[in-house]
Design a protein around this ligand. Structure first.
Ligand SMILES: Nc1ncnc2c1ncn2[C@@H]1O[C@H](COP(=O)(O)OP(=O)(O)O)[C@@H](O)[C@H]1O
Ligand SMILES: [Mg+2]
Length: 343
């Protein structure tokens, strides 16, 4: 082991609206939902990540659970900072007196200058000595192994919790990008609404997300259909808990409108792409990252809509943190990293 490494700690952080991941030395050491539970009376953090998620929608008046990032922006600064601190604690911090902390944090591309400053401040509060930010599409592209420095255009579509980010990248920069607030959370809402309308059953956000993961589909006909899924909720007529089975075709129906909106945004982004880059994209195809890339049939559906090849990397949920990790290693070389002075 390098002697100086002992005095240095380097973290790559993917600060997502749904999940926060931290990578240290090429290993993902934290992978937690972006949520924090706070004691309303004292303002103290009770739990972050999975433990806070277990409390979500089950709290009494003294506890609140907060998802600090919403729709790709920081909705609650204090909660965001509490969450970042809690997640960094999970890594196990070396003695801050001896070690030099360096971080690269990936931020949703929609965040404002004020929000960027808030992220830098949070980094200062955990004693980071060197902090950089990176825009999400750049990190995603690096994470799936694209050579972003080449004069070749690539289109990345990252479907996260709050936003779908569509970006064309070439020569280490974002040439054009589009962000819409239709992504995983919206799909989850669609399912909640559908269950209420069609089955008279009330379900929570987490149950709805489980339906999406277990029997979610972008297509009405799948080659390998998942088994029907049993859902527990409250019957709106009787007020009593009950269970029903739901199949993927129903979910495909529930998600159809939102997916069409994502398709429209992709078509618009393609229309806005300069012709030379469009011709590259015709050859390279589209890359899908983020949790939304895992939705059954989405790649096929987008292929038939755009007539382009659609590629999904092996672990789309980890593409961004991997790319952030690469940026951390090459922070001296990558001019697209944002440092404190530039905001
Ligand atoms: N198998 C799956 N099918 C459909 N959606 C999924 C699946 N797994 C995760 N998701 C969704 O992906 C979203 C989280 O993706 P992620 O890329 O971590 O978002 P963010 O970067 O905004 O934190 C959530 O809305 C989650 O419900
Ligand atoms: Mg993300």
């Amino acid at each position: 082991m390098n002697f100086f490494k002992f005095f240095k700690q380097e973290l790559a952080i993917d600060l997502g609206t749904a999940n926060t991941l931290i990578m240290v030395d090429d290993v993902v050491v934290v992978d937690e939902p972006s949520i924090v539970a706070i004691d309303r009376r004292t303002g103290q953090t009770i739990a972050v990540g999975h433990r806070a998620m277990q409390m979500h929608e089950k709290t009494h008046e003294n506890i609140k659970t907060v998802r600090p990032l919403k729709d790709g922006v920081i909705a609650d600064f204090q909660a965001a900072e509490a969450m970042i601190q809690g997640m960094i604690k999970m890594v196990g911090r070396r003695n801050s007196f001896f070690s030099h902390l360096k971080m690269v944090i990936c931020i949703p591309s929609g965040i404002t200058e004020v929000e960027k400053r808030a992220v830098f401040d949070s980094a200062d509060h955990v004693d980071s000595k060197e902090t950089y930010l990176i825009h999400e599409p750049m990190a995603a592209a690096l994470g799936i192994g694209l050579n972003i420095e080449e004069p070749i255009g690539n289109m990345i579509i990252d479907i996260g919790g709050g936003t779908t980010e569509i970006a064309v990248i070439a020569l280490s920069g974002i040439v054009c990008d589009q962000s819409i607030r239709i992504a995983g959370d919206e799909l989850t809402n669609d399912i909640m609404g559908y269950m209420k309308r069609e089955h008279n059953i009330l379900i929570g956000e987490r149950t709805s997300e489980q339906i999406k993961i277990h029997v979610g589909s972008a297509l009405h006909e799948l080659e390998n259909p998942p088994e029907d899924y049993a859902v527990n909720g409250r019957d709106l007529m009787t007020g009593i808990p009950k269970q029903i089975k739901i199949n993927y075709q129903e979910v495909a129906y529930a998600l159809d409108k939102s997916i069409s909106k994502i398709e429209d945004a992709i078509l618009k982004a393609l229309e806005m792409t300069p012709p030379e880059l469009a011709s590259d994209i015709y050859k390279t195809g589209l890359y899908l990252t983020g949790g939304g890339a895992l939705l059954r049939g989405l790649d096929k559906r987008l292929e038939s809509k755009t007539k382009l090849t659609v590629r999904v990397p092996e672990e789309p949920l980890k593409a961004v943190v991997r790319g952030t990790g690469m940026a951390l290693k090459h922070s001296d070389k990558f001019s697209f990293l944002i440092d404190r002075k530039s905001v």
